[in-house]
Design a protein around this ligand. Structure first.
Ligand code: NAD
Ligand code: UDP
Length: 308
């Protein structure tokens, strides 16, 4: 039984990770300030004696003796991370610094949830880990993108300078149950709009692409990476790429919705295309996604039916 700290554990991905690791027999401490996360996501775990919830902000110091840390604390949807951009970048940079100090003192392994956003609006397609990215340092997405890039830097320096046992995962667009109803990301927005027969809001002309990974696949990848001995960044995502317009059509079909598509302005710096090259994860971790988008969307639609 390991003692595992999961920051952002009451959020979408974090809640699935808390469940999986608690069920595997570990003692899990979930640390979250509940900014975008919710106690509802971890409610079934609260009565488990091997699970502890601590309401805490990662920008404040925290002390515990621990074997592994998964650092997921950070708002991930553009409307939420742009709501208080100064807080967002502080969460990434100060948050990971505080967690690395705990890892250093406890000789713990630490995994940082990084993002495909470190590639910005990529000029290389699909994105390999060696690509350094094309990121605007002063735009509306920069608080998130540059915060995550800086967190990767701090992780790499703690590894080189202090020998901390680090892992960096670059997560590509992930969806599934436990996304917040007000999350604002494309999958949850489209499903909620479709279920309510409201207009589906496409930003831009819908030709921009993303590659969507179901949360169970992602969580398996995170655990496999933690169990590996690899310190450099690894992409985890589903390489099956589609346009935002194709996603809207698929969700309308799966929900049997009467919604119409409407077009809204594209926010600035919105990446035109995104698809992970997962060759490294396949070779290193023997990992690849297994859930087809239709199956994953059906499970997500069923979840949102219970929420609205
Ligand atoms: P989420 O918003 O559902 O979860 C983030 C969690 O962090 C929430 O529970 C929130 O309350 C908590 N949090 C935020 N600021 C905090 C702070 N200062 N102190 C303590 N807790 C704080 O988002 P998610 O999709 O579950 O993302 C989890 C992690 O994965 C994030 O770090 C995100 O950047 C990364 N990621 C997610 C995706 C994706 O597609 N879901 C893609 C790339 C990276
Ligand atoms: N998007 C959209 N309508 C929405 C929400 C998002 O067309 O209601 C677009 C958004 O502009 C982007 C893509 O869908 O091109 C993915 O957006 P999301 O916020 O999910 O993630 P990210 O841009 O960070 O990949």
């Amino acid at each position: 039984m390991k003692r595992i700290l999961i920051t952002g554990g009451a959020g979408f991905i974090g809640s699935h990770l808390c469940k999986k690791l608690t069920e595997a027999g570990h003692y899990v401490i979930c640390l979250d300030n509940l900014f975008t996360g919710s106690k509802k996501n971890i409610e079934p775990l609260l009565k488990n004696e091997n699970f502890r919830f601590v309401e805490h902000d990662v920008t404040e110091e925290f002390c515990t003796d621990i074997d592994e840390i998964y650092n997921l604390a950070c708002p991930a949807s553009p409307p939420h991370y742009q709501y208080d951009p100064v807080k967002t970048i502080r969460t990434s940079v100060i948050g990971i610094s505080n967690m690395l100090e705990i890892a250093k003192k406890s000789s713990a392994k630490i995994l940082q949830a990084s993002t495909s956003e470190v590639y910005g609006d990529p000029l290389v397609h699909p994105q390999k880990e060696e690509y350094w990215g094309n990121v605007n340092p002063i735009g509306i997405r920069s608080c998130y993108d540059e915060g995550k890039r800086c967190a990767e830097t701090i992780m790499s320096d703690y590894h080189r300078q202090f020998g901390v046992n680090t892992r960096i995962v670059r997560i590509f667009n992930t969806y599934g149950p436990n996304m917040a109803v007000n999350d604002g990301r494309v999958v949850s927005n489209f499903i909620i709009q479709a279920l309510k027969n409201e207009d589906i809001t496409i930003y831009g002309d819908g030709s921009q692409t993303r590659s969507f990974c179901y949360v169970d696949d992602l969580v398996n990848g995170l655990i496999k990476l933690m169990e590996s001995n690899y310190h450099k960044p690894v992409n985890i995502g589903n390489p099956s790429e589609r346009t935002v317009l194709e996603l809207a059509s698929l969700i309308i079909e799966l929900t049997n919705s009467k919604s119409e598509i409407v077009y809204k302005p594209l926010p600035s710096d919105d990446p035109i295309k995104r698809r992970p090259d997962i060759t490294l994860a396949q070779k290193l971790l023997n990992w690849e996604p297994t859930v087809d988008i239709k199956d994953g969307l059906i499970k997500t639609i069923d979840y949102f039916k219970t929420k609205i």
